[in-house]
Structure formats: C-alpha cells, structure tokens
Design a protein. Structure first.
Length: 288
C-alpha cells in the first residue's frame, strides 16, 4: 500500500492480514497492532525510546532459562497476567489468581493431615478447611496442588539448600471434602529485579515485593482446575502487590492458638508442633 500516513497504517496492517488462516489469530494480532499504533501516535514515541524498548526485550533473553522467564515477569509486573486471569475468571466460587513461576508438575503426594514444615526455618502454620460444590455438597475426590516459599523467603527452585520439591505437594481431600496440613507460615518476598523487568520497576518508582501467600490449584473431578492463592490479612504489601494478584476474598485471618486440642485431629505433627502455632482456615467452593 502506497502513501501510508500515521492515520492509515493501522488499516493497512488489517488489510494485509485479510487472508489469515485463523480468524481468531487475525483478530488478536490486528487488535494488538492497532493498540500499539495508537500508543505510538498518542505518546509520540521517539526512535530512541522505541529502541530502548527493543533493547529491554533483547536483554530479557539473557535472563530467561528453565528456572526463570523474564517475559513472564514483564507480563506479571505490567498486570497483564492478572488481567488475563480476571477476564477469564469463573465469576462464582473461590476466586482464581495468578499461577506464578514456581509451580511443579508431579509434586510428591502428601497424606491428608501431613506435615510440610518438618522443623525447618520459620514459624509453623496449620492449614485446615473443606471444599464443597456450588450446592454445598462435599467435593469428594478433589486433589489440591500446594506450593509456597520457605521461611527464608525463597522457593525451592531458587535455593540450592532446599530439596527440589520442598514445600510442594499434592493432597487428596477426605470424603467429606475436609483437608488439613502443617507447613511454614509464608513470608513476603521480592520478585527478581536484577534484569530489565526490574529496570522497569525502578523507572516507575515501584517496589518488587509480593505479600506472603499460599499457592493452590484445585483439581476437582470433571471440572477445570482453579488456580488461586491465599494471603494473610496482616501483610503490609496486600495493597501494593507487585504482580496484582490479591483478591479481597482470598485475604484471610492467620491466628495463633495455644490450644493443641483445637488443631485438626488427623494432623500428623499435632503432638509436636511448638505452641502457640499459627492457624488458617481455608473453606473452598467450586464454581457453579
């Protein structure tokens, strides 16, 4: 197409794609290009500024490997990962949230009532709850995929001193939908900020902190998995989560108890946990 102008280039891009074999791919890419073109026009992006953006993406390649993906980090920190989650959320049941980079497929099985803490650094936490369907019936057969950081703030993948699957597990709930396990109370931590995504944070005057949280994927028979996470209500970063993952219903009270008899009866470490111990109640509901 000849005689292009800033006002007609977006239309030209769409015309070039009129024979795309996938209508959905065409719609997505034409829409993306249109928003980028509008951004350039409205912000009057200079060649130097656009080159800086290209340089940041090129630099991201050097920070990406099988343990870290700088492009996912950009997506998280820009709020795109969280926005994709929200626009695809079920709209009922326990809310979903972002997956994060540290989930492990095929994590070890943990018996209902089992112990993940094992006396490691940090304060022990007892988690218990029940999962039901939208009609209030126990969601028997559900498997909970669990993972979190350790008491030193690091996930197993970040810390060579931890076992490769430390604080990662799969737990099958009881027939009545109940579950319990002991673990460490998660702590706030910073996402990696030594690469170009961190440069973006500093350019915006933002911090890299995430509030403490417990990750979970709810695998209920015959249903799509629900990816979510839970946050203690006393964390100071709840309203400034670097990756925008906090949802109000996922913020829960973490309480201390000195009464051992108040702990779940099937808890393997019930007799040995130091008191007082942190507790959290997670009652889950499947989407309708």
């Amino acid at each position: 197409m000849r005689n292009l102008t800033p006002a007609t280039i977006t239309q030209a891009f769409a015309a070039y794609a009129e024979k795309a074999p996938s209508a959905r791919a065409r719609d997505l890419l034409v829409g993306l290009a249109g928003h980028l073109h509008s951004f350039v026009r409205e912000s009057k992006v200079t060649q130097a500024e656009w080159q800086a953006a290209i340089d940041a993406l090129t630099k991201a390649t050097k920070f990406t490997d099988d343990k870290r993906n700088e492009y996912i980090l950009f997506s998280d920190l820009l709020g795109v990962s969280s926005l994709v989650d929200m626009v695809n959320a079920a709209g009922s049941g326990t809310p979903s949230s972002v997956l994060g980079p540290f989930h492990i497929e095929g994590a070890p099985e943990l018996a209902n009532g089992g112990d993940l803490w094992k006396g490691q650094v940090g304060e022990p936490l007892v988690v218990s709850g029940q999962i039901k369907d939208a009609k209030g019936a126990p969601a028997a057969g559900t498997v909970l995929a669990l993972w979190q950081n350790s008491g030193n703030g690091l996930y197993a993948q970040q810390d060579p001193q931890q076992a490769p699957t430390n604080y990662h597990a799969r737990l099958k709930v009881a027939a009545d939908g109940s579950f319990a396990f002991s673990t460490v109370r998660p702590v706030s931590y910073t996402v990696p900020d030594d690469g170009p995504a961190g440069d973006m944070l500093r350019a915006l005057g933002r911090h890299a902190w995430r509030p403490a949280h417990l990750h979970m994927i709810i695998h209920a028979p015959g249903r799509a998995p629900v990816i979510t996470e839970f946050f203690p209500d006393d964390d100071k970063y709840l309203d400034r989560d670097a990756v925008f993952g906090v949802r109000a219903p996922l913020v829960l009270p973490f309480k201390k108890t000195g009464d051992r008899t108040a702990l779940p009866a099937n808890l393997a470490a019930r007799a040995s946990l130091p008191l007082p111990v942190w507790t959290a109640r997670l009652d889950l509901t499947l989407p309708a």
